[in-house]
Design a protein around this ligand. Structure first.
Ligand SMILES: *[C@@H]1O[C@H](CO)[C@@H](O)[C@H](O)[C@H]1NC(C)=O
Ligand SMILES: *[C@@H]1O[C@H](CO)[C@@H](O)[C@H](O)[C@H]1NC(C)=O
Ligand SMILES: *[C@@H]1O[C@H](CO)[C@@H](O)[C@H](O)[C@H]1NC(C)=O
Ligand SMILES: *[C@@H]1O[C@H](CO)[C@@H](O)[C@H](O)[C@H]1NC(C)=O
Ligand SMILES: *[C@@H]1O[C@H](CO)[C@@H](O)[C@H](O)[C@H]1NC(C)=O
Ligand SMILES: *[C@@H]1O[C@H](CO)[C@@H](O)[C@H](O)[C@H]1NC(C)=O
Ligand SMILES: *[C@@H]1O[C@H](CO)[C@@H](O)[C@H](O)[C@H]1NC(C)=O
Length: 555
């Protein structure tokens, strides 16, 4: 009986194999890396530059009267939401999708940011628009860079290398949904911003000008905005500024502070270099949890796809890389053949997985004992800005040379703009005690929790933006309240000592400042970043700090 069953399974499998055998062998360049530079090498450019004088030389600009600054965050009846992914193609999953499903929103930190539903964090009636009776005095923007290529040594690059190695040795055949792999090349670079990423930053800048431009009237010197030294960070900051100030003049309209991001340097916008435990094994504790989950949700896809690729020993990890390749190719090239290989449920699994919900929770969010420390430098800078005092706390991640100088770290700006990374936004929200993300608790690794409260595509997608609004209620020039908005959904501040439940997410400014001074005191940077400890398994930490009760026996 059993033998018979096995036999019939085998013959079903060999039928699929037989169908593939007739297909032509894959090209020898399958999986090879393709790249281009612009201008094309050898193109003669610049030779004719003298024929094209700049506008300042040509003159005749026509009338140029300026209008008033916009203040849509105060004046518009409703917030304009980010709903576009133009010019990307939103893919259709294998087997179709339910009406409201969009694959592109299930890519975790590889999703483009979008306005999340108003009630995402438990405040369904709150809007980013300034509550009636209040006025805005200050805006703090912390944003992630725009869409980028994979980081170095990523899954898709490894998958391409494996495919190419088979293509140039034993060869393989590709058929059915995987037929495209016979001539597929790896066309992604690494690390840098994609054209769509530029657009995201430019749009964020335009959006911020239209919403908060009025605040520019309060500047007494040119604004200082901050970013880090990585290429995509510079490119993000400049595109934001081009959108915010205008491409013709932005270089003269503000100062760009570029903080060095590299081992041995202190940088609150890239703090992991200054936190040895995070930079070491503690920063990667999620990998065991991730691999559990990936094996669970992707094994059926592995079984389904393998017969279409005889000659290649596909693993669950390769299939995972193919899901990543869908996201990366789409945000870089506008479209990807990989996307349609996976079902809606498999995309839901991807969102929950590696590089995403489980990964961020345990590596960079509430479940990692270094997260609160990692966000501490930025939170102390925030307190300095809110109290208009030059920062004094010195954590290893703080560059005191920059922060002690009012020229490089002004504390009197009506608008602050800081560019950072996904992992840092996730850490900072933990330091800020934003407890709405904890509602469904530490993330299980054998299933997706119902109504999961920790969704990375809504926390730190490409272009993610966290906005702090410092308000006067009633309207005046003396600030009385503060609230925080993440990707257009208002965050409740009820996890912060003294902040009441409020339908608009408001907390009294003085209460908020005292609570954060206490928060800075209650996070033990030196222990969490430098002590020799082991993270408990299972990891039930939700505070982003090493549990005080477990400190015995650690040094
Ligand atoms: C602090 O920033 C300054 C200015 O960029 C830089 O020269 C210095 O090396 C930095 N120091 C550290 C420790 O990061
Ligand atoms: C295929 O990959 C699996 C998982 O890595 C490995 O256990 C197996 O030995 C490989 N088989 C061949 C024929 O390479
Ligand atoms: C999960 O992510 C980590 C780090 O990004 C990587 O090293 C690991 O191989 C990934 N696991 C799988 C199954 O792809
Ligand atoms: C950078 O951090 C180190 C501690 O890791 C500290 O000793 C040093 O003074 C800091 N440098 C600056 C410029 O803040
Ligand atoms: C608020 O405005 C009043 C009247 O215009 C002015 O006297 C006062 O100095 C202002 N206060 C602040 C904190 O700007
Ligand atoms: C932050 O949250 C923790 C619980 O998660 C709480 O014990 C602590 O008092 C809070 N700190 C502040 C300053 O609100
Ligand atoms: C950390 O503790 C472990 C276990 O006690 C020990 O083997 C290791 O050498 C320690 N590492 C450091 C850097 O002290």
């Amino acid at each position: 009986m059993l033998t018979k069953l096995c036999l019939s399974l085998v013959s079903a499998t060999s039928l699929i194999h037989a169908a593939a055998v007739g297909d032509p062998a894959a090209s020898s360049f399958a999986g090879a890396t393709a790249s281009a530079v612009y201008p094309p090498p050898g193109a003669s450019y610049g030779a004719e530059a003298s024929y094209f004088p700049p506008a300042s030389v040509v003159g005749y600009p026509g009338p140029t009267p300026t209008g008033d600054e916009a203040a849509a965050i105060e004046t518009a009846p409703a917030t304009s939401l980010m709903e576009s992914v133009y010019p990307l193609t939103d893919p259709v999953p294998a087997g179709g999708e339910t009406p409201d499903f969009e694959v592109i929103k299930y890519w975790g930190n590889l999703s483009p940011w979008y306005s999340v539903p108003a009630g995402a964090h438990g405040l369904p009636y709150a809007s980013p628009q300034i509550p009636s009776g209040c006025s805005i005095n200050q805006a703090h923007l912390l944003h992630r860079h725009g869409a980028r290529y994979p980081t170095s040594g990523s899954g898709p690059a490894n998958f391409a290398a494996k495919l190419h190695s088979v293509a140039t040795t034993s060869g393989f055949k590709a058929s059915g949904p995987l037929a495209f792999l016979a001539t597929w090349e790896y066309r992604l670079g690494a690390e840098i911003l994609t054209p769509f990423g530029r657009e995201q930053m430019y749009d964020l800048g335009v959006g911020f000008r239209v919403k908060y431009g009025e605040l520019l009237k309060g500047f007494t010197q040119l604004p200082v905005f901050r970013t880090t030294s990585e290429d995509r960070m510079i490119n993000s900051a400049l595109n934001f500024a081009a959108g915010f100030f205008g491409a013709q003049t932005f270089q003269e309209d503000y100062y760009q502070s570029i903080i060095i991001e590299e081992g041995g340097y202190n940088n609150t916008l890239a703090p992991s270099n200054a936190c040895p435990t995070n930079n070491g094994p503690v920063g990667g504790i999620a990998s065991t949890y991730e691999n559990d989950w990936i094996a669970i949700y992707l094994t059926p896809a592995l079984t389904r796809l393998s017969p279409y690729l005889p000659g290649v020993n596909l693993t669950v990890s390769d299939v995972y890389s193919m899901q990543q390749a869908c996201a990366y190719e789409t945000v870089a090239l506008g479209f990807s053949e990989f996307c349609g290989l996976f079902t809606q449920a498999e995309w839901e699994g991807f969102e929950y997985s590696n590089g995403s919900d489980v990964s961020f929770w345990y590596n960079n969010g509430p479940g990692n004992p270094t997260s609160a420390a990692m966000g501490l430098g930025w939170v102390s800078e925030l307190v300095a800005r809110l109290t208009q005092t030059q920062p004094t706390e010195a954590f290893a991640e703080t560059n005191a040379t920059l922060n002690s100088n009012p020229a490089t770290f002004p504390v009197n700006q009506p608008i602050y703009v800081d560019a950072t990374h996904d992992t840092v936004i996730s850490a900072i929200l933990t330091t800020m005690n934003m407890t709405s993300f904890l509602r469904t608790g530490p993330l299980p690794t054998d299933h997706i929790p119902y109504d999961n409260s920790y969704i990375v595509s809504q926390i730190s997608p490409f272009g993610s933006n966290l906005v702090g609004q410092v308000l006067s209620c009633p309207a005046s020039n003396v600030s009385t309240h503060i609230r925080w908005i993440l990707n257009d959904a208002v965050l409740p501040l009820t996890g912060i000592q003294g902040c009441p439940e409020d339908p608009n997410g408001l907390c009294a400014l003085s209460t908020f400042i005292s609570a954060y001074k206490q928060r800075i005191a209650e996070v033990d940077y030196n222990f969490d970043c430098y002590a020799n400890y082991t993270v408990p398994v299972p990891d039930t930490i939700v505070t982003g700090q090493f549990p005080a009760a477990l400190r015995n026996g650690t040094v």
